[in-house]
Write a protein that binds this ligand. Structure first.
Ligand SMILES: Nc1ncnc2c1ncn2[C@@H]1O[C@H](COP(=O)(O)OP(=O)(O)OP(=O)(O)O)[C@@H](O)[C@H]1O
Ligand SMILES: O=P(O)(O)OC[C@H]1O[C@](O)(CO)[C@@H](O)[C@@H]1O
Ligand SMILES: [Mg+2]
Length: 564
């Protein structure tokens, strides 16, 4: 082990059958050839009221890692760098921060779950400290092992006593099915697993921290909120004022902050974490990724996405019924997807009634050979009807060319879009009436808000529950600056910087989009020139492993997500 000092003392925490081989937090580190670890030589000694010393004697002894001149990657405030652990055969752990990275010698306590009848019977319920989850699952025999994230779940030792915790929950950004389920499950997990009774809801997104009163959340008052769409806490865009938010956290004595929201929200969470850390507060900042657009990278998918895709089927079905009931019927359905077309792509693949799916990532053209008009006409002649699904962010450049209007942003700085559904409907009508003198019957359905304002379906409910529980386990274990997320089917803790570094988008030269094209039989609209340029950018297709070997893990992750 490389310059990491560890002090530990024996723990009487666990009954022997729950003891894990190396749950002292030590042995795992010894295995790694180089360890970038957090320094605790912080100059900001924790002086705030959020930092408490143990108030009662505990049966398990505390252990601490750090206090060293390690090859530090995350250390004193202002020196925030990724915490990366390199192992053998190209193994990389992109670890998440921990409170002890900047507050040394924090006491630990036995996890109360060990006495919980539901869990004490489960063998190996506690997660082994060495457990990590690979981002690469398609490998060759000589592939490097690649990037891993810390496996989520309960730890033997926690860094908070039950009566010490004051948690808060905030929801930000647009609505998404499952928000209430996540809120409910955070409250339930804190209460029933960890005996935490003080949970406050922040009213109306980030600005609620400093502009509104909080709402006390109890198992009783959140009991059936999962049956409702929306968020009982309210949400908003804009209004992120880091220092006011952290002042409010400090003033209220909050020490666990659960932040549910999309890419913008996670960026906000990341700066809150940095500020908390700079101030040396014993405050965990944990994110749960929420986005109907599925535009958050690294994770398998975001909660509520399945529900939205399912709900979109109803609109597509209606469009299909309308279209096939008349001569030359065309049904146009606009779905959400500002920058990423995942909802449109999956709704199309699920439905099988869609003949043309248009997404922001795939440019298209209307006129001429290989254009949209030509395809629509062919389809009408062959089938007598057709269904078009269009993501709201698709073709915005074309709309902007024909409708001169200034680019407008919402309060969070997101581009406000023109109604591409209306625009394309009008374009198709004009083409057939003016240029082709052909009668068509077009119906435009806009269910955009309907697919996100509903309660989550069964599978999203399960997913929301696991995300919330994982997040609570991580916070109680002292991890911070992380987002809970599913990676290759496993719950993980992902450092904020990986979640916010880019947006997840459909890669139109990867398998999933090709599958869609094969299913709809629509033109790809890709001109040879675009393919050549894309190939130049991405390099030759064969050396998949070389790409994976390369330092450019972003590209690899992006490909794996799109290439399942
Ligand atoms: N770069 C940033 N730094 C700090 N706060 C941010 C940043 N970007 C966005 N936020 C804040 O995060 C909140 C939500 O952002 P946004 O409206 O973009 O939604 P989102 O979380 O991306 O969700 P979605 O796009 O799925 O609706 C807003 O209150 C906004 O002020
Ligand atoms: O109208 P609002 O609430 O700002 O949200 C619209 C946007 O939010 C999203 O649903 C993302 O949450 C986008 O698909 C959409 O463009
Ligand atoms: Mg967003």
């Amino acid at each position: 082990m490389d310059r990491v000092s560890v002090s530990s003392s024996s723990s009487s925490c666990m009954k022997s059958r729950f003891l894990e081989p190396s749950d002292s937090g030590i042995s795992c580190l010894r295995k790694f050839s180089s360890v970038s670890f957090s320094s605790s030589s912080s100059s900001s000694s924790p002086s705030s009221s959020n930092i408490r010393s143990p108030t009662k004697s505990v049966s398990c002894s505390s252990f601490s890692i750090g206090s060293s001149t390690s090859s530090v990657s995350m250390g004193s405030p202002g020196n925030l760098k990724p915490k990366v652990v390199n192992g053998t055969n190209g193994y990389v752990l992109e670890d998440v921060p921990h409170l002890i990275d900047y507050i040394p010698d924090l006491p630990t306590y036995c996890n109360p779950l060990q006495d919980n009848p539901a869990f004490s019977v489960v063998k190996q319920y506690f997660v082994h400290v060495d457990d990590t989850v690979p981002t690469k699952v398609v490998v060759h025999k000589d592939s490097p092992r690649g990037t891993h994230f810390r496996r989520a779940g309960p730890r033997q030792k926690v860094y908070f006593q039950s009566d010490e915790v004051h948690a808060c929950i905030v929801t930000c950004g647009g609505l998404c099915p499952g928000l209430n389920t996540v809120i409910r499950e955070i409250v339930y997990s804190l209460h029933y697993m960890y005996g935490v009774t003080r949970v406050s809801g922040i009213d109306g997104g980030y600005r609620g921290f400093y502009a509104k009163n909080t709402i006390a959340l109890t198992p009783k008052n959140v009991n059936d909120i999962h049956k409702r769409g929306g968020t009982i806490l309210g949400t908003s865009r804009g209004g992120h004022d880091t220092s006011k938010i952290v002042d409010s956290i400090q003033d209220r004595g909050i020490n666990q902050v659960y932040i549910i929201g999309g890419d913008g929200t996670q960026k906000g969470a990341s700066v809150i974490f940095e500020e908390v850390r700079k101030r040396g507060l014993k405050v965990v900042v944990a994110g749960i990724p929420k986005t109907i657009d599925n535009d958050i990278p690294v994770i398998d998918k975001s909660f509520g996405f399945d529900t939205a895709v399912e709900e979109a089927q109803r609109a597509i079905n209606a469009a299909h019924v309308e279209a096939e009931s008349v001569e030359n019927g065309i049904g146009v359905v606009k779905l959400m997807g500002r920058y990423s077309g995942f909802i449109a792509m999956y709704a199309t693949l699920a439905s099988r009634d869609v003949d043309l799916c248009l997404i922001p990532e795939s440019p298209f053209h209307l006129e001429g050979p290989g254009g949209l008009f030509e395809y629509v006409e062919t389809r009408l002649r062959e089938m007598g009807h057709m269904v078009i699904v269009i993501a709201e962010g698709a073709g915005q450049d074309l709309v902007a060319e024909s409708i001169q209007s200034a680019a407008v942003q919402d309060a969070s700085g997101n581009r406000l879009l023109q109604d591409v559904g209306l625009w394309i409907s009008q374009k198709i009508k004009d083409y057939f009436s003016k240029q082709r003198k052909m009668a068509i019957n077009l119906k435009y359905i806009d269910p955009t808000y309907m697919i996100r304002a509903i309660p989550s379906n069964a599978s999203d409910n399960v997913y929301c529950t696991l995300l919330a529980q994982s997040c609570v386990h991580g916070a109680m274990a002292g991890y911070t600056g992380f987002t809970s997320g599913l990676v290759n089917g496993r719950q993980t803790y992902i450092p904020f910087y990986r979640i916010i570094e880019r947006q997840n988008q459909v890669v139109i030269t990867d398998r999933m989009w090709a599958r869609l094209l094969a299913s709809t039989n629509q033109p790809s609209f890709l001109r040879t020139k675009d393919v050549i340029e894309d190939k130049k950018e991405r390099g030759p297709p064969t050396p998949l492993l070389e790409k994976q070997n390369s330092a450019n893990d972003n590209l690899v992750n992006k490909e794996q997500i799109n290439d399942k």
